[in-house]
Ligand binder design. Sequence first.
Ligand SMILES: [Zn+2]
Ligand SMILES: [Zn+2]
Length: 347
Amino acid sequence: MNAARLHEFGRPLQWDDVPTPELRTGSDVIVRMAAAGLCHTDISVIDGTLPDIKGRFPALPYILGHENAGYVHAVGDSVTGLKAGDPVLVYGAWGCGTCVFCRRGEEQRCPVSPLTPGISPEYQGGFAEFMYVPSSRYLLKVEGSMEDLAPLTDAGLTSYRATKRVRSHLSPGSFSLVIGTGGLGLYALQYLPLFGSSTVIAADVADRKLRLAENFGASVALNLREDNPVEKVASATGGRGVKSILDFVGTSATAALSMKVLSADGIYVDVGLGGGTLSVPLIDLVHSESSITGSIWGTYEELAEVYELVKSGKVKSTIQKFNLSDINSAITQMRNGELLGRAVLAG
Ligand SMILES: [Zn+2]
Ligand SMILES: [Zn+2]
């Protein structure tokens, strides 16, 4: 089969002819890929700056891609409920299955064996014609455009879990701030009004992304390159500050801004892996009774919920389609901040 493989960290991927994955055990499924989303995490893996949760880098050459949708191609003897041709999303957090987190469905938090195809050395990802999946329990049967659905497995799911965290902080007259209106932020803008009432402020460094955010319901657009974003938030909120903050960037700068504009009883949720650090005077935390937390990916059940929202037309994916063989130009556009929404590789 054809696959886009990383041969050297920091270099473009190469288009290779490699062996097609085969069934190894009765629980396995081989998926014929239909679409795969490109994530900022992929860039960090390509650059060799982001190891997996266990601190390891994949052995090269390696196939990335952890946001995958395709059609069942072959199933092991013990697989039930799936047959060749079924369209499926691949839930990508593959835990040990037996720890306390896995037992409650939070496999993305598994501390024992958290593996991700396309990031962890053990499993190749979906930037290929076929993909090996070790259990049918990671597959969600779906209907619809696979290109629109593929990003749900990470961009749509991660932003969904994060937005659920701020749900109890949404109320009429309150303000929400979404930092970063790329692949994840555009989903969050759609989830917020489904979960509660708030006036949404969207923040980014690119005006065309902010215009798109306004199309998705943001009432205030905040360009972070402007002189004084803190003042702009203060005036937009009438000095009240922001009750809910979703940070999809996660740099020291976005965290610092967040701490300045977060109101009493507020919540700051970091999702972005920008590598920042956060410094907060504890006395402020005492007085404000605000919450500071993170949110990581999502559960299979949450993926099913996100799919239901898309199926019912309440949430839409914003994608830019590329041929898989043109993946390097998608990567370049992502590096340059030129993409609107999610880049999806297909065909
Ligand atoms: Zn990702
Ligand atoms: Zn586990």
